[in-house]
Design a binder for this molecule. Structure first.
Ligand code: SAH
Ligand code: SF4
Length: 436
């Protein structure tokens, strides 16, 4: 039987499961390529995104015995996800012969940075590129008491919500667990947030060579505290990879982010909501955006498949939601479309009818060239918010962040597609400075 790690995924459909087990030609002592890892041109296998068990499997496939595989996978997991190290040569608890052996066959990769922007309000935005040249976005939003990383789950999105720019992109593919976890790794790199700890050394020379990584431990006061799956794509249409990636991110031996600090946003893929609760158990956000069938059918076309009633029932049944762990309902404010007093009252009715522990997030619409809608006026948004708030439901208006760097969903990618080669070269030079 083919181990699960090697089963084909649709986005690698040109690799049959059998193909995935084939060896990479032209490489010394090649390692079988796990199907959920995007192939690299140099033939090495990227370990980012793999769990301890999966790392063990690839090590054993590459020739280590079971006992070694188990030990080394645990060490690698710690180096990769706890320490943020991407260089085998400084893994001082591995033998000196093992380190080059690993480096010949594996990499601990990061997505390539195509663009990096820093907004005047502190928001950072990156346009990233996968090993097979697909571009996707990531945004970091610092606040006084937290720092939220907004990550993508797909390149583009199949769902075509009418107000969303990502939905207009033609090219869509699921991101791999490595490409999802890679976003968190890259953000930690850019924010300089890896702990540095004291390790045991084989000899003095080694201690000297790795001095930089061996200073006093510092893991407190982190900037990156929360993750939201609100970038490009519909996370519940890439369920397995999102789940596997979040499990790695939550693993206590690595990045160790609490599930209470992770929020998954869905436009309403009803059949997957219960599974998200059971298997990932993170906070849930629902892109509701409208309270009657006619309007929601228009702006969130998935509503034609799964009704508002089915969606709210799935929310009522969501495991783990409670008054202390409320479900967020996102509501984009579109002028004369979904923003009347009547809409606000109906929103309150629905949340009460399903007895939902809810908070409402009112999002001012962020227009993009060619969009069919306008943002509601500030007075309208205020009046809408007051009705919901007076009914005892929290309804803050989300402050737009990073507008000067086009930090809204899907905007950076399409802007970059219009840029000239010269502009891209200049941006590539600037990116190091912005990251510093
Ligand atoms: N696909 C998922 C998650 C990504 S979208 C979802 O739809 O929930 C993240 C959030 O950004 C959603 O609430 C989405 O409706 C909102 N959004 C998309 N385009 C927007 C725009 N132009 N202005 C304001 N909010 C937008
Ligand atoms: Fe996709 Fe979400 Fe955009 Fe809708 S709002 S098109 S589901 S990314």
């Amino acid at each position: 039987m083919i181990p699960s790690l090697f089963r084909g995924h649709w986005y690698l459909s040109h690799y049959s499961p059998i193909c995935a087990l084939m060896q990479i030609p032209g490489h010394i002592d090649p390692v079988p390529l796990p199907a959920k890892v995007t192939p690299r041109e140099d033939g090495r296998v990227d370990l980012i995104g793999l769990s301890v068990a999966e790392i063990r499997d690839v090590l054993v496939e590459a020739g280590l015995d079971e006992k070694q595989g188990k030990l080394r996978s645990k060490q690698l997991f710690h180096w990769m996800y706890h320490r943020g190290i991407d260089d085998f040569s400084i893994m001082t608890d591995m033998s000196k012969t093992l380190r080059p052996w690993l480096a010949e066959r594996f990499v601990i990769g990061r997505p390539e940075i195509v663009e990096a922007h820093l907004s005047e309000d502190g928001t950072r935005k990156w346009l990233l590129r996968s090993a097979d040249k697909q571009d996707y976005e990531m945004v970091f939003i610092p606040d006084e008491d937290r720092g939220t990383l907004c990550i993508s789950s797909q390149v583009g999105c199949t769902l075509n919500c009418r107000f969303c720019h990502t939905g207009t992109m033609r090219l869509v593919r699921n991101l791999t667990p490595g490409e999802i976890v890679g976003q968190v790794m890259l953000a930690r790199d850019a924010l300089g947030e890896w702990p540095k700890g004291v390790m045991d050394f084989a000899d003095e020379e080694e201690a000297e060579n790795t001095k930089e990584y061996n200073q006093a431990y510092k893991s407190d006061g982190r900037l990156l505290t929360n993750i939201v799956l609100m970038g490009m794509g519909e996370p519940l249409y890439n369920f397995d990879n999102v789940r596997d990636a979040m499990k790695v991110v939550m693993d206590g031996a690595g990045l160790a982010l609490s599930r209470r600090r992770i929020t998954l946003s869905t436009s309403g893929v009803v059949p997957m909501i219960a599974r998200a609760g059971d298997e990932i158990s993170v906070n849930l956000a629902i892109s509701l955006h409208a309270v009657n069938k006619e309007t929601r059918d228009e702006i969130v076309p998935l509503n034609r498949k799964y009704s508002i009633e089915e969606l709210l029932q799935a929310c009522a049944d969501y495991p783990g939601s409670s008054n202390s762990r409320r479900i967020t309902f996102e509501y984009v404010m579109l002028k004369d479309k979904n923003d009347s007093d009547e809409d606000a009252r109906e929103l309150v009715n629905l949340l009460r009818q399903y007895d939902l522990p809810a908070k409402v997030n009112l999002i001012p619409f962020n227009p993009w060239p060619g969009s069919a809608y306008e943002c509601s006026t500030p007075e309208r948004i205020k009046a809408f918010s007051k009705i919901v708030f007076d009914a005892g439901i929290s309804a803050p208006v989300r402050t737009p962040r990073g507008r000067d760097i086009m930090a809204a969903c899907g905007q950076l990618k399409s802007a970059s597609e219009k840029k000239s080669r010269a502009e891209l070269d200049r941006l590539a030079e600037e990116k190091q400075a912005a990251l510093g």
